[in-house]
Design a protein around this ligand. Sequence first.
Ligand code: ADP
Ligand code: MG
Length: 775
Amino acid sequence: TLITNSEKQRLSLELKQRQENSKASDVAKKMQSFREKLPAFKERSRFLKAVAENQVLVVSGETGCGKTTQLPQFILEEEISCLRGADCSIICTQPRRISAISVAARVSSERGENLGGTVGYQIRLEAKRSSETRLLFCTTGVLLRQLVQEPELTGVSHLLVDEIHERGINEDFLLIILRDLLPRRPDLRLILMSATINADLFSKYFGNAPTIHIPGFTFPVSELFLEDVLEKSCYIMKSESNYYQGNSRRRRQQESRKDPLSELFEDVDIETHYKNYSTSTRHSLEAWSASQLDLNLVEATIEYICRHEGDGAILVFLTGWDDISKLIDKVKVNNFLGDRGKFLVLPLHGSLPTINQREIFDRPPPNKRKIVLATNIAESSITVDDVVYVIDCGKAKEASYDALNKLACLLPSWISKASAHQRRGRAGRVQPGVCYRLYPKITYDAMLEYQLPEILRTPLQELSLHIKSLQLGTVGSFLAKALQPPDPLSVQNAIELLKTIGALDDMEELTPLGRHLCTLPMDPSIGKMLLMGAIFQCINPALTIAAALAHRDPFVLPLNRKEIADAAKKSFAGDSCSDHIALLKAFEGYKNAKQNGKERAFCWENFLSPVTLQMMEDMRMNFLDLLSDIGFVDKSRNASAYNQYSNDLEMVCAILCAGLYPNVVQCKRRGKGTAFYTKEVGKVDIHPSSVNAGIHHFPLPYLVYGEKVKTNGILVRDSTNISDYALLMFGGNLIPSKSGDGIEMLEGYIHFSAPKSVIDLIKKLRGELDKLLKR
Ligand code: ADP
Ligand code: MG
């Protein structure tokens, strides 16, 4: 909207007046004194001067020094005070949804304002912003999507890209775009913010842009490795020459008689731990990274601290939600230290609802110890101030991608030294701290300096689709400009996949389907499943399965009651030979139970996670909104209009095939059983957690699957048995076979020789489907 200069002046004056008023409030004054103690405050004028004088600026500083909350705020205050408020639009990107929200909330409260006024946030499908908003915190993904409409970022005056040291795929992608954009937008200011890691790399990438370092203040944090932790627990005496061998079991028994404390560690198989760890080399490190974390050891360490160390919050780094929830359960069952009332145990995980936030930051009530169980989200983006003790398990879930086998995994792996350093730094913000590392020094020495950037570790299809929708040229040449360009084979795989699923044509241009997939912020296969679900009127199952694939499946695997849990899952599957149908039925059961207020019991009896199911419900709603935005669902119509075939399991399986293709396994009879083959890796097996594990003969000749994982061999995790007709209709492009009479699918190993009449019919149906997608 055009506004006149005089209106602008009036608006700028008004903003300034309002800023001064809210700053005068008592709350804001108290906040101001907190802010002035942050290391960033001392750099305020140097920072503002550098922003004014340079188009690109790199700022590094220890986590907690005030980069995220202060730097965008300094710019905002300055612009408003200098009566440029009407013209300023500051965007600060965050890699994670949870940090975008919590930082926006923090900054608006520091300014004594309501969230959604001058300061707002926007994350996928959720926003608090208004026409007043001058400083917007958003996820990097949201900004990337905004670029489709606004390739020049018109109207944005300052862009701050946060946490670039994490080298997330979105941030690396954004940096390529911005480097190309800057010459065309000389008035745009770009500020890159990073923890104290490798800031030079980014400065170089932007033609030696100036850097500012914010020196931190932290109290010293002492560091204990596994050997020291064990020693503290009185198992192993330092005076003994060799920790690793010998009759440590006997020694342990003697020790335990000496010290009642060692009871704490009695569940921990320390010898195995220790032997494994201490013979480590980089090679064997990789082998163990897949092995389970010993939660007993974590628990014992927490107990040790509670009994022997002074006050102060404990921050525990675990690998993911599984560990967090298991540890919470353990702590509950064991009636932690005999007095649950003394502890405030809080999970901190990227996908948790935001209501739990305040407690994480607030000081606990007197006589209560705060114990935060976190993933690596607490490593650099969220600062819990009062942490005195850090327990570092040394691992994080890490995505990896094997381009040769087209194999993507998300497994716990050893962190880098840089991460280990970050984790340690979380203690000692208010007083000297201690970091307990649950691995030996020798393991630490074998860790990589830095983690590989995500762009080198993940499949590139979603990114490639995005590059096409932003019209940035060919994917290969665009990505060659990245800070660390990905392997050309990964690029080729992504393009091939997008062609196979029909999102790109032979010229590598977007098809109508591809264009729709670009607008859906999710993996293209999940997007395709949703579109097909809408078109073929089985939207409810498509939404449910897509939500589980995009998030996680709701089945929990209790270690001690695995068989009963497996049986529960199998009973949901019935005779469908499908993990996806099992999931669908479980979700339907949950919804029914919920109507009677009995969902907790239902989840408990059937080994389902209520948190995941709730998350799936939310995601389903979001997905439905997205489909309605692009006109595939009309929400004013009755839901039954989109659910004509929702109870038709054959149809649902066909839709699954449409989404999951080319993740296909061929089932071949071999003697009494069945052997399974995929095109890329040859023989595979069914994951033991699948309802299809142990089935000797399948009624239909193929399985489609969500993901394959590598352990000893290669396993497909969740699969559904489908017919060759589903493949014929929804699989890849049809190409004539050599003999000329039948048809062969694009995937070389799937041979159909269907009669010409069938093929002609399929071609007509496919043609009609393409027309539907062109709207
Ligand atoms: P950095 O980005 O440099 O890591 P931040 O700007 O995130 O630092 O944090 C600066 C300080 O503000 C920290 O001491 C942190 O504890 C505090 N802080 C940040 N967010 C919140 C919040 N939501 N509630 C309370 N304190 C917060
Ligand atoms: Mg930060």
